[in-house]
Design a binder for this molecule. Sequence first.
Ligand SMILES: Cc1cc2nc3c(=O)[nH]c(=O)nc-3n(C[C@H](O)[C@H](O)[C@H](O)COP(=O)(O)O)c2cc1C
Length: 404
Amino acid sequence: MSQIVGVQVVEQADARPPLAARFRRVLSLDDFQEAARKHLPSQIYSYVADAAETGSSFRSNRAAFEEYELVPRVMVDIMRRSTAITLFGRTWAAPFGIAPMGLQALTAYRGDLQMARAARRENIPMVVSGSSLIALEEVAKENPDAWFQAYLSGSDDSILAMLERVRSAGYRTLVITADTAVGANRENNVRAGFTIPVRPTPALAWQGLTHPRWLINTFLRTLIRHGLPHFENSYVTRGAPILSANVERSLGDRGHLSWRHVRMVREHWSGHIVMKGVLDPRDVGLAIDAGVDGIILSNHGGRQLDTAIAPMRVLPEAVALAGGIPIMLDSGVRRGSDVLKALALGASFVFVGRPFSFAAAVAGEAGVLHGIELLKAEISRNMALMGVTQLTELDSDSVRLVCR
Ligand SMILES: Cc1cc2nc3c(=O)[nH]c(=O)nc-3n(C[C@H](O)[C@H](O)[C@H](O)COP(=O)(O)O)c2cc1C
């Protein structure tokens, strides 16, 4: 049981509150995956779960966390400890947020809104995707502290118009995703029958019929109440419907984006700019020169360049070159211990992708809330076992790189 005093969590005992019956088997973030696999049509499950080509980066993301071990201190009074952390001058209840994920209204009814509400209730950041099927304005109404992730198009005019739209909606933190110059080779999605545009094939119809909860509560409910989903946030105007043959246009032309575009965004965006998808420490320097306020090291959860290095492996070098600007990280974060390892190596914050998509698919907002609570509880418990009362006490002595 815990109670919040300001931002400080005062632990009274480490007993867990009783779990709602439907979450009795969901004891860690990974447990959402099997439930989501059963709940979703296989094509849509593949879109979320699978990685590019051989899945090498995807596996490497987990391996990179396992290469570090924690070094706990003992005999520290940990009864008053806090998972709170300050980022860009704002205090969040935990050092993790929900990574931007496109098409979440296909996995859960109005999926982005479910995530936005849960994030707001739990006081963690949620990043709205530029490939979302829910308009960014609607998400901002549910969660005024959400961040927006833009897939910048290559044209100055359309970038500036988009910035104006995002600013008018009230967003103050803009995430620029940098690792999608071209679409990835998601052959696993093709094998599973998932394509963009979504093609209404007999196999998809069969999967819909054999997953009636998803068919009725997500797909038909969306269709009846809101019509066919469109890409809402790629450009300043509404994009194509997901079934449209020319949907590619809504995914943007990003091939000739360069640092010049980032400098231009800096001139026109007074809020925070975060660049996501950086892996080479040399790009950390260039991003800072272009005026970004923070960086998310990411290989897109192994969904873009297969065999791209795991962010954990470049984290210490990136932090050393960052001159104090927040270096954050995503890709493979699943456990409280992962979060502590990243923070010990200098990360200011981390983001989690797939597990929150699975959580929303299985149980909507309640599922996402449960996922956030699980990860927060792991962080708090592991802080106690590490002899740490504030996350800022973690440092490079808290971890060791082990060779197996
Ligand atoms: C279904 C799905 C859709 C995604 N869509 C986007 C997106 O629209 N924009 C983006 O910057 N990253 C996107 N990502 C990448 C995530 O933001 C994040 O980098 C990745 O999921 C982190 O890895 P993890 O899933 O192992 O936690 C997506 C990831 C998933 C799983």
